[in-house]
Design a protein around this ligand. Structure first.
Ligand code: IMP
Ligand code: MG
Length: 200
């Protein structure tokens, strides 16, 4: 039986052991439980695209994907936007254990477009402590964008170390470590089409 978890958007399914039935992941060292299936992800991405279209349709925005985790979400999202946008990428690294962000976050690949005076939407996979996205927002804000907002696929608001709010949120997730649909554990599982929780 799936366990219901109350959430503002998109109810998490927790289906233990589903990965074994869905894929032949002989390399998988961890047990994974299905949390968001393809239909749930597609529906949320479509809704976010509608909301973003409403706000940005006439603004010729720059959408910035935070590498690597957001690329799958980003590519699904932008293909649902039927107005003029420009794309860029930023990559940050934090040093610490595989499942936690440490205090120190560095920019290791920077945007190449000039964002001064432009409307910017930063697209991230997950906000957990908030440290990664705070660093990116502070960095980009110094370049004088006309506006900058955040779109995040998954918000995990349970362990925030700094206050950050997304203008657009796909799912508010349980406090679990998630993989798939771009999200990794030690660089694995990014290519899973659904989102799973890593079991201890
Ligand atoms: P924060 O700096 O703690 O907010 O963490 C954000 C970054 O850590 C994200 O960009 C993710 O790459 C990674 N991260 C946080 N939680 C998870 C998770 O549950 N699965 C995979 N990556 C995560
Ligand atoms: Mg990331």
């Amino acid at each position: 039986m799936p366990v219901d978890i109350a959430e503002p958007e998109g109810k998490a399914l927790i289906l233990p052991g589903t990965i074994c039935k869905a894929y032949n992941l002989c390399m998988a060292k961890e047990d994974l439980s299905l949390v968001y299936d393809r239909d749930m992800i597609d529906a949320r991405v479509a809704t976010l695209a509608t909301e973003i279209t409403r706000e940005y349709k006439n603004l010729n925005p720059i959408l910035i994907s935070v590498l690597k985790g957001s690329v799958i979400f980003f590519s699904d999202l932008i293909r649902r936007l039927d107005f003029g946008i420009e794309l860029d990428f930023i990559r940050l690294a934090s040093y610490g254990p595989h499942t936690k962000t440490s205090g120190e976050v560095n920019i290791i690949y920077d945007v190449t477009l000039d964002i001064e005076g432009r409307h910017v939407l930063l697209v991230e996979d997950i906000i957990d402590t908030g440290l990664t996205v705070k660093k990116a927002l502070d960095h980009l804000n110094k370049r004088g964008p006309a506006s900058i907002k955040l779109c995040v696929l998954i918000d995990k608001p349970w362990q925030r170390l700094t206050p950050v709010e997304a203008a657009y949120t796909g799912f508010t997730a349980p406090d679990r470590f998630l993989v798939g649909y771009g999200l990794d554990y030690a660089e694995r599982y990014r290519n899973l089409p659904e989102i799973y929780a890593l079991e201890k």
